[in-house]
Design a binder for this molecule. Structure first.
Ligand SMILES: Cc1cc2nc3c(=O)[nH]c(=O)nc-3n(C[C@H](O)[C@H](O)[C@H](O)COP(=O)(O)OP(=O)(O)OC[C@H]3O[C@@H](n4cnc5c(N)ncnc54)[C@H](O)[C@@H]3O)c2cc1C
Length: 402
């Protein structure tokens, strides 16, 4: 059977797909393979997860969700999805500080690519990792914890260091949020970008570079009729204006648990355009947000034929070597494209060219054409832990300059 990613635009080339059922079986498999790579839930849009060798899927490993209430941490199996994890944490009185737009993705795959949500004080999901367990090239188990010399290189690592078997995540006390959608944000109002993005726990703008709507996720009620000249949506909304909102998490200011408000899409429904799309995202220093958005609005007419919707988010800086947010508070400019590579690629190149003066970094799990420089310390770590390049693939070889 042909194995593809979620969007169906990438076919995996593995000679064999394995579903180990125990750590020992996984260790033997890795030790005996000359080329191996793990697949999470397959939601990336490029070849980052691909291999011509052995592809490992951890969906038959024993389930692991171990909450340590005293330490406010959870140890979780790599293939666990946020959809499975979040309600268990909530029942125990805990929350994750942030989530992506959908909960269907695996923890290990999300962390490996620097997946993020939005929030001016909220870093990406990888920043919650306090310890990571992996099987390295010779089949041995390695644990790296925050504070260890290699830890900051091993969290966002694109599967290039080994097969991650479990991760320990920091937790916060469970909380509730209210989600509001506001319509009609003008381009002029975007001059207040910083204040708008800071007016909720998590704020996203959805725009086609003509009409802009705001998704506000706040602890407090939003009172007063006038909010940056917008009007409140008169019913639930889907981020893609043509789609019905029944797959979306609760809106209209009704309070709900963090895991049912932070993602835009409900765990029990297909996310976004249900696979009929491609995605890209460029991550820029946040201080460039207003200027960069102005440039994109100016070429909106050229972007729109390839675009379903664009989402603008903020992400706080972290210190993870390969993280797109390393050392800088970030604005993420995301593009949900039509599912037609020939239409999308020239427009993506135009967008990359337009944003080039703002020092963008690509989202590792989405489509891009310009690879960033690989930090030398990450290259050394890969060569030390995996000298034969067993976990490498075409994607990581370009990054490593091989
Ligand atoms: C509809 C949709 C919405 C999205 N929304 C967001 C969003 O809001 N924010 C955002 O930042 N991104 C978003 N993404 C992108 C998505 O979060 C990333 O592509 C993420 O990597 C998906 O996780 P996954 O488990 O499917 O990873 P995969 O695509 O399966 O794998 C990604 C990488 O992780 C590695 N990997 C996976 N498991 C392991 C393991 N056990 N050990 C070692 N390496 C491993 C793989 O080898 C690969 O390199 C979205 C994607 C889709 C399809």
């Amino acid at each position: 059977m042909t194995l593809t990613n979620w969007a169906g635009n990438t076919t995996f080339h593995a000679k064999e797909v394995h579903h180990p059922t125990s750590l020992d079986e996984l260790r033997r498999l890795v030790a005996g393979s000359s080329s191996v790579r793990a697949l999470g839930s397959g939601h990336s849009f490029n070849h980052v997860a691909d291999t011509a060798g052995d592809l490992v899927v951890l969906d038959r490993m024993p389930e692991l969700v171990e909450i340590d209430s005293a330490a406010a941490k959870v140890r979780v199996g790599a293939r666990t999805t946020y959809a499975r994890l979040a309600p268990l944490l909530h029942q125990a009185g805990f929350a994750l500080a942030n989530m992506a737009s959908l909960p269907h993705i695996s923890v290990a795959g999300s962390v490996a690519t620097g997946t993020h949500g939005s929030g001016v004080t909220q870093p990406g999901l990888a920043a919650a990792v306090s310890s990571i367990d992996l099987v390295t090239a010779d089949g041995s188990a390695l644990t790296l914890a925050r504070g260890d010399a290699d830890f900051a290189g091993a969290v966002v690592s694109l599967g290039a260091l080994g097969v991650v078997t479990s991760l320990t995540l920091d937790l916060v006390p469970a909380f509730e949020l209210r989600q509001y959608v506001r319509e009609g944000l003008t381009q002029d109002a975007l001059a207040d970008f910083e204040a708008i993005m800071a007016s909720g726990y998590s704020v996203s703008l959805f725009t086609d570079f003509r009409d802009t709507r705001v998704w506000l996720k706040r602890e407090d009620e939003l009172t007063g009729p006038d909010w940056y000249g917008t009007t409140p949506a008169d019913g639930p909304r889907h981020p893609l204006p043509t789609m019905p909102a029944d797959t979306c998490t609760g809106q209209l200011g009704v309070p709900g648990p963090w895991y049912d408000r932070l993602p835009h899409f409900r765990a029990d429904s297909p996310p976004s355009g249900a696979g009929d799309e491609l995605q890209s995202e460029l991550l820029l220093p946040r201080e460039h947000a207003v200027k960069a958005l102005r440039e994109l609005f100016a070429i909106g007419e050229r972007i729109r034929p390839a675009l379903q919707i664009s989402e603008i988010r903020t992400i706080a800086a972290d210190d993870l070597w390969l993280s797109p947010f390393n050392g800088r508070d970030t604005v993420g400019i995301h593009f949900t494209w039509v599912r037609d590579v020939a239409t999308v690629m020239p427009v993506l190149e135009l967008v990359e060219e337009t944003l080039a003066p703002f020092d963008p970094r690509p989202h590792w799990g989405k489509l891009f054409t310009r690879f960033p420089e690989c930090p030398e310390r990450f290259r050394s770590l890969v060569h030390r832990l995996d000298p034969a390049g067993k976990f490498g693939n075409a994607f990581t070889r370009v990054l490593l300059g091989e």
